[in-house]
Design a protein around this ligand. Structure first.
Ligand SMILES: [Zn+2]
Length: 554
């Protein structure tokens, strides 16, 4: 038994209604505990946190840190990872690695923990890629990891949707998720990627047909949302809609949310789905956050993460293969599509977001509008859709912008003038409090994910704690926590990494009967290039497996 006391800090724990209250935090064997009954009890170690701000560890609800697309990006972008400032040399027991927009595996863990983030969810792993992604999770220390499994273009799912049998969709979803040892279900451009792979017409609206399967995106996404709800998965359907990145896509975004009325849904990187104008006249490009945020504000079952764009060089990677292709052609940059049989593909291409570029500058403003227009901070989560909008290493800068209207205005002033008329950002005077920052970076994402033991500091919570030195320079404050505690172990002290324990892998435990396994394995085998016995994963394949309970028995 080891005990840690974090003494006298300004505790910000919004999930438990603790808003900047000076107090002690007690930790025993990796979990937060109630204070000891004996007032004379001495902890094995005490951190003197007087004057410091104490928050739960950060939770990233949408990121891309492992698997085939991430590795494709590493391979295709050596130029971005050359130079002393992009290399981490081996030091003490730590591993060497590279940084850039797609850091190597160990470095990803070090960098997240260095920011005070202790949980990260990879939002797009194809079922066939789960084995690889789990192996890689094992090489990402310091953070607990989970994956969302792609199902919006999965042949077995599309077959089940066409049959119109919700029970069959549910069985298929459960089997895929269990086989991948995934955490939640993701739908990306439902049906649209499959249609693109077969050379069909682009799927642009919710009632277009996916030729090969004779289903519509609407039918797919409604069936998946229903299955996720009836299985009682901890996280709602994680949803990336149609026409990502295209002018005028806001109308389909609104229609998609309406189609899912009555279901719990999480809208991924909503910034990329909030554009006015038309694809034929990009000059009409404008922000349509207003009507979309009004809809979100009026519907408590919807949560969003933003996918904030920040200026600089990064790498786009999306399971929305057609969008990756479109973007690479538009920018005339190198492009790679990682095709995954029977499910999806993944486009990877470099991108530089420039503040002199009207479209990029407007994307930046649209992301910030989302943070400021969603009234309930519990329903909007921090994300840059790492690395699509920017690296997760930009989070401190985003926080600084949310907390300071002057900083936003200074940036707006140097952007193309049209940005100020095509977005309402300049009129938004809201400034986030530290409590609101704690909500959008940890408490809210944990709640959205259904992680009852994360994102708060009540007894029983994982002892993932980040301790910041208050600083008027918010960017510096959030970039360099003074201490970070992971699972009760002090892993960052004095701003430096001290140890790198492996994190856990969070998965949703599901019961799938033998008949379903047999039936779906046989169907998979009909079209697969591998033996189905090599498909499903066991708990031995996961690094530190940790089952998260369902909301209710299915
Ligand atoms: Zn993403």
């Amino acid at each position: 038994m080891s005990t840690l006391r974090i003494a006298g800090g300004r505790v910000i724990d919004p999930a438990n209604g603790v808003n900047d209250v000076v107090g002690d935090l007690w930790i025993e064997d990796g979990r937060v505990t109630a204070p000891p009954a004996d007032p004379g009890f001495r902890a094995d170690r005490t951190i003197d946190a007087r004057g410091y701000v104490v928050m739960p560890g950060g939770v990233d609800v949408h990121s891309h840190i492992a698997g085939s697309k991430v590795n494709a990006a590493r391979i295709m972008r050596p130029e971005e990872r050359r130079g002393e400032d992009r290399v981490m040399r081996r030091w003490r027991s730590f591993r060497s690695g590279t940084i850039g927009s797609v850091p190597s595996s160990f470095t990803t863990g070090y960098l997240y923990a260095g920011l005070g983030y202790t949980t990260a969810v990879d939002a797009a792993i194809p079922p066939m890629g789960a084995r690889h992604a789990h192996a890689e999770f094992g090489d990402v220390p310091l953070v607990d990891k989970a994956m969302l499994v792609l199902m919006g273009n999965n042949h077995l799912v599309l077959d089940a949707v066409r049959e119109g049998d919700p029970a069959r969709v549910e069985r298929t979803v459960a089997w895929l998720l269990d086989s991948a040892k995934g955490y939640g279900v993701k739908a990306v451009n439902p049906g649209g990627v499959e249609q693109w792979k077969l050379g069909g017409d682009r799927i642009a609206s919710w009632d277009d047909r996916v030729d090969q399967f004779d289903v519509s995106p609407r039918e797919i996404v409604v069936a998946l949302a229903r299955a996720v709800d009836s299985l009682g998965l901890p996280h709602p359907l994680h949803f990336h809609g149609l026409n990502l990145g295209l002018p005028g896509n806001w109308a389909q975004t609104l229609e998609g949310m309406r189609a899912l009325d009555g279901h719990r849904i999480h809208m991924a990187h909503i910034q990329f789905h909030s554009y006015g104008g038309t694809p034929d006249a990009p000059a009409d490009f404008d922000s349509q956050v207003g009507p979309l945020a009004d809809y979100v504000n009026a519907h408590a079952g919807i949560t969003v993460d933003v996918g904030q764009v920040m200026f600089g060089e990064t790498t786009s990677m999306t399971a929305d293969g057609p969008t990756g292709h479109y973007l690479a052609n538009l920018l005339r940059r190198k492009w790679y599509n990682h095709d995954v049989e029977q499910e999806d593909g993944c486009g990877v291409s470099p991108i530089v977001y420039q503040d002199r570029n009207f479209v990029h500058a407007l994307q930046w403003a649209i992301g910030l509008e989302w943070f400021l227009r969603v009234e309930d901070p519990w329903r909007v989560a921090m994300s840059t859709d790492h690395p699509n909008g920017a690296s997760f290493r930009s989070y401190p800068e985003v926080v600084a912008l949310l907390m300071d209207k002057n900083l936003r205005d200074e940036t707006l002033a140097r952007l193309p003038e049209r940005v100020r008329t095509r977005s309402g950002l300049g009129d938004l005077s809201r400034e986030y409090s530290l409590t609101e920052v704690a909500i959008v970076t940890r408490a809210g994402p944990a709640r959205i994910l259904g992680l009852a033991h994360k994102g708060h500091l009540g007894p029983g919570a994982d002892a993932d704690v980040t301790i910041y030195a208050p600083d008027v320079d918010r960017r510096r404050m959030f970039a360099l926590p003074r201490w970070v505690v992971k699972g009760g172990e002090v892993v960052v002290d004095d701003g430096e990494l001290r140890s790198a324990p492996g994190g856990r892998t969070l998965y949703t435990s599901l019961d799938v009967d033998a008949a379903t396994r047999g039936e779906l394995s046989r169907k998979l085998a009909e079209g697969a290039s591998f033996h189905p016995a090599n498909f499903g994963l066991g708990l031995d394949d996961l690094a530190g497996p940790f089952a998260v309970g369902r909301r209710r028995p299915g």
